[in-house]
Design a protein around this ligand. Structure first.
Ligand code: SF4
Length: 494
């Protein structure tokens, strides 16, 4: 099958569907850096007087892709709207990580059918990780003719050309490349935040955990050159951004694929970024296997590097970890955890855990609980295993009934909540530095933000504090958040 597939409907005859099998291949070809993005002349003003809306599902990577697509559309003259009825272009940026995320997207595509009937000129596009899956593309082709455009994660920079095709074609336009992926620099971005920003440091993943679809939908691990990243961070600092998050599916593998830099990893990059005058630097997502000592040494230097480590463990059982293909044991994870904790004593730790992996025994689940007891995580994301078609785990027979999985999840969540409450209690009567992000979701009279350790803090204060780093004294430490009082005059502790 060719790497590139671009065509109109008549699925079998005119274009090759995306292929997870092709996407799995790692040919070790050099990564191409594409630096010549431009909008074709005939599309440069096509959006003048028109509006767009992008709906985003899933992780930070998707949120940042949305910023890039918004940037491209704005360069073409479109303006953003949050009202689907006013939109001339609606893009649904999808997530494939769990079945219920996919179901939600299909439900939503269905509801847009009426809108498309009312407004036939509307361009409705589906992109993101789901678009990389053959089953999804097939389903859209068969059941959702209201969709005008499907494009994959490797095709974002082709949005102007694809939009042009969709605007002038009567049939569905599909372009999904099942390939390892390139790096496209200099794409426009319309950042959603004015004081917090995402910065991609690498793309893709080569870990192939047996349950995960990401290496298929996002391609191979490929790192941006440090110079490009540092330049971007310097520019954000110049613009007054207060916090950046370095993004990648497996940031700890950063640099391994850079041919001209030997032994340059995430630790080296963060050591350079540490010297840039931006108050807070975070990174996500970590993989324990690649988390090295140099990064720990750099994190221990503190400064603008925030004391929050998201370290997904997935299971506390070495046997389950082996079947998951995680590349570390329970013992190795714990050793790493304690090493980081010793080096950065104030750090908070969060994690991801999957329960009910195929054939997980009671004993193996108990090992997960005992690991949680040992680590006393500040928080985390817990899930019941969700099979993803095309992954090795989806082919495994599973003897664990759903009822058992649900009970395990409840027990795990109860334990995680206890430790969340315990760690939050340590903040009682402390004064902490908070980056004020906006009004609280529950009460617009209350402001909300995060500590450096990623704790949510709610407090009352003037709206002018939004976007500022302020000091807040914690007066009520709750299970998942902290309430406090704004300290106008005092210095915060971290
Ligand atoms: S490290 Fe594993 S879980 Fe994370 S994106 Fe890669 S394959 Fe998926």
């Amino acid at each position: 099958m060719s790497e590139q597939t671009s065509s109109k409907v008549d699925f079998s005859k005119y274009f090759q569907p995306p292929s997870l099998k092709d996407a799995r291949r790692r040919r070790r070809q050099a990564v191409q850096i594409i630096n010549d993005f431009s909008i074709p002349e005939d599309m440069a003003a096509i959006g003048r007087g028109k509006q767009y809306l992008i709906e985003t599902y899933g992780c930070q990577m998707n949120e940042h892709d949305t910023e890039v697509m918004a940037g491209i559309l704005e360069k073409m003259g479109y303006h953003e709207t949050d009202d689907p009825k006013l939109a001339d272009v609606i893009l649904i940026n999808t997530c494939a990580i769990r079945e219920n995320a996919e179901n939600k997207v299909f439900g939503h595509i269905g509801t847009l059918k009426t809108l498309k009937l009312e407004k036939p000129g509307l361009i409705l596009g589906v992109c993101g990780c789901m678009a990389q899956e053959e089953v999804v593309v097939n389903k859209i082709l068969a059941k959702h003719p209201q969709v005008d455009l499907i494009f994959g994660t490797h095709n974002i920079h082709r949005l102007p050309q694809l939009l042009k095709e969709a605007l002038f074609s009567k049939e569905m336009v599909v372009e999904v490349w099942s390939k390892e992926g390139d790096i496209v620099e200099n794409l426009p971005q319309s950042r959603r935040g004015h004081f917090q920003a995402w910065v991609n440091i690498m793309y893709g993943c080569d870990k192939f955990c047996t349950y995960c679809i990401v290496p298929y939908t996002r391609g191979k691990e490929r790192s941006r050159h440090p110079q490009e990243i540092i330049q971007e961070v310097r520019e954000l600092a110049r613009q007054g951004y207060k916090e950046i998050t370095l993004l990648g599916q497996n940031v700890n593998a950063y640099g391994k694929d850079l041919p001209d830099l030997q032994n340059y990893g995430l630790g080296n990059l963060m050591d350079e970024i540490r010297r840039i005058g931006i108050p807070r630097v975070r990174f996500t997502t970590s993989h324990p296997k690649d988390f090295d000592d140099h990064l720990i040494e750099v994190l221990a230097k503190g400064g603008n590097l925030c004391e929050h480590i998201h370290l997904p463990v997935q299971s506390g059982s070495s046997d389950v970890l082996k079947i998951m293909g995680r590349g570390y044991t329970r013992e190795r994870y714990l050793e790493l955890f304690h090493k980081i904790k010793d080096a950065v004593p104030n750090a908070s730790f969060t994690t991801d855990i999957i329960v009910g992996f195929p054939n997980e025994t009671d004993e193996q689940f108990e090992e997960t609980l005992s690991l949680v007891r040992e680590c006393e995580f500040d928080g985390g994301f817990t899930f019941i295993y969700s099979p993803r078609a095309g992954t090795p785990a989806a082919r495994m027979k599973d003897n664990v009934p759903m009822e058992v999985k649900k009970v395990r999840l409840q027990r795990l969540n109860k334990l995680m909540d206890e430790f969340s409450a315990k760690s939050n209690a340590k903040y009682q009567d402390q004064t902490v530095e908070v980056l004020v992000e906006g009004e609280s979701r529950k009460n617009p009279e209350v402001l909300s933000g995060h500590t450096r350790t990623n704790k949510v803090v709610n407090f009352r204060g003037p709206k002018s504090l939004i976007g500022e780093l302020v000091n807040v004294k914690i007066t009520n430490a709750k299970m998942w958040s902290l309430n406090g009082e704004w300290q106008e005059e005092t210095q915060g502790v971290r």
